[in-house]
Ligand binder design. Sequence first.
Ligand code: GAR
Length: 195
Amino acid sequence: MFRIGVLVSGGGTNLQAIIDRIEDGYLGNCEITSVVSSKEGVFALERAKKHGIKAVCMPRKAYADTNEYSVALANHFETEKVDLIVLAGFLTVLSEEFIKKFENKIINVHPSLIPSFCGKGFYGLVPHQEALKYGVKVTGATVHFVNGEVDGGKIILQKAVYVQEGDTPEVLQARVMKEAEHIILPEAIKILSKS
Ligand code: GAR
């Protein structure tokens, strides 16, 4: 089995997309060994529990700094012997050491076509707000490896989504999730789990 650890900070619709594709057999050789949240009380943890997956809350604010937090996360994922760590709406920065320790084993899903609307501060609704402000007609999502640069690692998959007349950031976000993120995140895991 290809062992996946998932890091979350919110609603967990991307986590759900992975769970659904494991359960329908598309990711038949994969299992989620644990879901770890950087925030308390997030719905992603409920989703994990509902599917019998270990749900762990490790609040970022319980640790002194990024380094201390990353060491705790690294210990957790080493114990779980994960093959891949998926950042699925994880909004906390990880240390250089963490990234080095799991080199080429950490992927992130980002809600824009990198290199547009990405980097520090571009998370959640912000990429969609900025895409609408700029007036782009096409946006989308990217799955990429995580390196030391925010949203700067090697791209694995991208999918384009059209902006529509009258879109609000929330409406655009929902379309990008449904038509791009939830499709390419399981596809990227399938690619990596076979190699
Ligand atoms: C998703 O849109 C994800 O791409 C984004 O946060 C949302 C989490 O939703 N991540 C980032 O912006 C990272 N830069 P979810 O909890 O429902 O999966």
